[in-house]
Design a protein around this ligand. Sequence first.
Ligand code: UD1
Ligand code: UDP
Length: 384
Amino acid sequence: MTDRPIKLMCVFGTRPEAIKVAPIILAAQSRSDIKVIACSTGQHREMLDQVTEHFGIRPDLELKLMQPGQTLTGLTARCLTSLGDAIDLHQPDCILGQGDTTSAMCSGMVAFYHRLPFIHVEAGLRTTDINSPFPEEFNRRVCSLVSGLHCAPTQTAADNLLREGYSEDDVTVTGNTVIDALRWTVQKERAEPHRWIEKHSKIAGKRMVLITAHRRENHGDGIRSLCSAIRQLAEKFPQVQFVYPVHLNPNIQQPVQEILADLSNVHLIAPAEYPEFVWLMDQATLILSDSGGVQEEAPSLGKPVLVTRESTERPEAVAAGATKLIGTDCNRVVQEVSRLLVDKAAYAAMQVDTNPYGGGKTSARILDLIAERFAVQSATRANV
Ligand code: UD1
Ligand code: UDP
């Protein structure tokens, strides 16, 4: 035991990281052995503020890094420099990063350069193709290289790490904190759904396909092909509503608005606040998405997800039958969505009753691991 709490810097920068780190920050508030320094890189701006507001998290540090149309190299350079300065200023004992974004990768790299222990949350996801998802598969491998504690969401993810030679002493299956966030949120939104029912009165009582898309490897031809498919589907099923919260990335905004803006049963809306999006998932008939987080959340709500990607690092949901990889080919997307809209047996087969990503107690488990492991090391640090 140390004579003071462990100073744990929790880094997050994008919407999904904030959703998945929030339960850890909130759980730490009721502990005396860990003091969290919440560090927002601000890789996202509007989409991040939505999440921190929902969970009531006030970052101790806001690096405000987002620039419109930012490049990977520019963002990475600014993120490394700013996080390095933040560590010098706040002197944490260890750094926690989540997932596979640029912010996560940079948090791992600065921890390494400062010789601080790095805790990687959502560790061990792999597609085995370094170009897909791009650049996330690279980012998550860098995080693994520098991690002293790999919090793997599933046994499959842990096995990936063990196969790559990481020590089993450093790899623990914890579940995924996204389920902690989802459980907390879904309970609240089911109890008080009025504001969303009012806001989305046009879809009330109707069948609905919920759509998200943002992956870089789908920019260009992929997103255009997906939009053409949505257009065909909206014309083929005029009674079905297509609700699409459009990611703020200009590479997504432009083709989506160009191809889909004029259809009365396609609702292009701003990125939804997390509780609103959870409510929309709960209302949806099915979900069409390339999102990582959505693949993990939807099985808890019994909603089938057609994944518009060529590969996934979340094979557990595919194996459970809850998600299906379909790519972005226009004809294939039309065919797969149509099938689920008309074939009751095919639809029912994708409604699973278990979620492979955890039971909602992951954050507490991760904090216990950190307390056990890093308490005695809090005096060991070096500046670089
Ligand atoms: C990032 C992550 C990706 C994650 C996704 C979640 C990287 C390299 N990519 O992708 O892993 O799955 O977030 O959504 O880390 N923008 C805004 N406001 C916002 C957010 C984004 O205007 O609140 C616009 C900006 O023009 C920004 C652009 O979107 O430059 C791209 O943002 P960026 O974080 O670089 O990439 P994403 O595609 O969002
Ligand atoms: N999400 C949200 N609003 C939206 C779309 C998604 O709050 O309009 C949530 C979703 O529930 C999930 C997370 O954002 O928890 C996924 O983020 P995203 O798809 O941007 O990133 P990924 O998970 O693919 O990295």
